[in-house]
Design a protein around this ligand. Sequence first.
Ligand code: AMP
Ligand code: GLY
Length: 425
Amino acid sequence: MKVLVIGGGGREHALVWKIVQSPLVEQVYCAPGNPGIAELAECVHINVDEIEALRDFALAEQIDLTVVGPEIPLTLGIVDSFKAAGLDIFGPSKSAARIEGSKGFSKDLMARHGIPTAAYKSFSDHSEAVAYIKEQGAPIVIKADGLAAGKGVVVAMTEADAVAAVDEIMLDKVFGTAGASVVIEEYMDGEEASFFAFTDGRNILPLASSQDHKRVNDNDQGPNTGGMGAYSPAPVVTDVLHQVIVDTIVKPTIAGMAADGCPYCGILYVGLMIKDGQPRVVEYNARFGDPEAQPLLMRMKSDIVPVLQACARGELKQDAIAWHDKAAVCVVMASGGYPAEFAKGLPISGLDAAAELDDLVVFHAGTAFKQGQIVNNGGRVLGVTALGDSVQDAIEKAYQGVALIEWEKVHFRHDIGAKALNRSH
Ligand code: AMP
Ligand code: GLY
């Protein structure tokens, strides 16, 4: 088989790393890829939003399966375009990707199908939104309706902060049309976890549990980021809770999408808030998590390719995935200053030494080649991911890798996985 992976971050490096191990696969392409991916696959210089160019490439190269990493091409309709051309592609249609692309759509879906989430109201009128905040009080959460690169959510601890957020989104239009309407919702307290399930639109195949670390600094301090590290399994998701999530959230979501006339195929990412053993949905994403994909794919023992292909073709029959009986931890190494401004083009040392370590993979996210050297080229630069006999062991191994790698102003958290340790003791 020939497989094309769309994207060029840590998640796509992990997908390529897993896909090349499949005995079914002869060749893997990645568009646009990155220097780490280039060691495993042929990188193609087409950006993720160039849907027609990607489709034409897949037709010309007779690609058997395309796997979409990020949300942008999904919301632009890449799946519809490939399917119309007779190509197999893993991911939801444009209409189903609204589960991530529109907060209002996903909240209405949950309300219609009785899926547990925060109480909410949608507004397209600024003064009505402000009146609702005054009526509800703080803490309260304000969300721009459309995609805002992960920055469209304000968890407001005071009424004044909530009103300021609505002003910025609706009057100053800081997210453009993504903020034409807002969702205002109840603040949920608890512990967050990420839950993923493969689906062909009817059948589901849940993955192992995982947890992300969204804040930039240790002890969950500082602004939200795309994710500073992740681990799997997440002890907060017990076997009992896993089943509750499948029965009360994943199954009704997939059945609800099908009943509403937009069946959802691909991988469903449910961001959860867990309080007193009860899960509620914070948000859905229409794709794999980044960095959660890195530890999850390192732990996955089963071949992923038959699962991706079955989902793409609407014939998912497999009912379990085999996992290594080990824990995996991914520590993200970021550019100093991220998630705000940071310098690019700084040479990275120690990658070869880290590559010598057993049970450790350095996934590239924001790297580039410059004059024969690998340099930082994005906010999140590397995902140093290790397998260990326990979470503690995996943490130690991942940080051994981190200790070998350096560049000017590198930033990483020192407490990735600590939450899992606190729980299992
Ligand atoms: P989202 O982009 O929807 O994932 O939101 C970003 C982050 O904001 C989440 O990971 C949570 O930490 C937080 N958040 C979103 N909605 C709520 C809520 N209703 N209550 C508390 N925190 C929330
Ligand atoms: N890990 C957060 C995300 O992928 O959105």
